[in-house]
Write a protein of this length. Structure first.
Length: 212
């Protein structure tokens, strides 16, 4: 969250108070503007580009949930910032080195979709038990990992051939007990990108930020 704070306004009188009131108004404008810019930076620069360095877009739900927060104001304090509005955002957004372990909540395995089970944009076409794969079977990989793979064919859903299987038998889902996901969007990097812009914006209105 981006925060701006002005203390001691109520103790000032006359011209000094008028100057501080003006600065407070400018601070609100700057924080509001910077929050919008940060949200745009996250969506454009941190949620696009090659994986794994960047968080690639699949369904677009996480990216569309990134929004600048409404301004809040209390005596001597104004706050603004950016929020990520999905429940799984904390898996992908966090400090460098943060790793989230995801385990199956229902059943024994997580089903990781393979290329044949994904749309061109990388979204799963359907769940392993959705019925769209026809007859399926599980095979243990012979790569020494002991992992399991679900194989099958896609079943035509519409048209004259609805219900018929088509194509070759292909790997559909990798079955694993758990996966570990590293964060790819780091608050410290966002703040490092934003800091010089914030400093410059305040200096343009005659304010030097503390510690800057």
């Amino acid at each position: 969250m981006i925060k701006g704070k002005i203390e001691g306004v109520e103790k000032l009188e006359g011209a000094a108070q008028r100057v501080t009131t003006r600065v407070f108004a400018e601070a609100k404008r700057i924080l509001r503007t910077e929050a919008v810019l940060v949200a745009a930076h996250i969506k454009k620069d941190l949620m696009s580009g090659p994986r794994p360095r960047r968080l690639g877009v699949r369904s677009g739900l996480l990216r569309s949930s990134v929004k600048s927060m409404a301004m809040t104001e209390s005596p001597g304090l104004i706050e603004s910032g950016v929020r990520f509005g999905t429940q799984y955002a904390q898996t992908h957004v966090g400090p460098k080195g943060q790793i989230t372990t995801i385990r199956a909540k229902k059943g024994k395995f997580l089903a990781i979709p393979m290329e044949a089970a994904l749309t061109p944009s990388g979204v799963a076409k359907g769940a392993p038990r959705s019925g769209m794969w026809g007859q399926t079977f599980v095979f243990r990989l012979k790569d020494g990992s002991g992992r399991l793979m679900l194989f099958g064919k896609k079943v035509a859903q519409k048209g004259a051939k609805a219900g018929q299987m088509r194509g070759d038998v292909v790997p559909l889902f990798l079955l694993v007990k758990q996966v570990k996901i590293k964060t790819r969007i780091h608050p410290e990097e966002i703040l490092a990108w934003e800091k010089p812009k914030m400093i410059a914006a305040f200096r343009n209105v005659g304010v030097n930020l503390r510690g800057a």
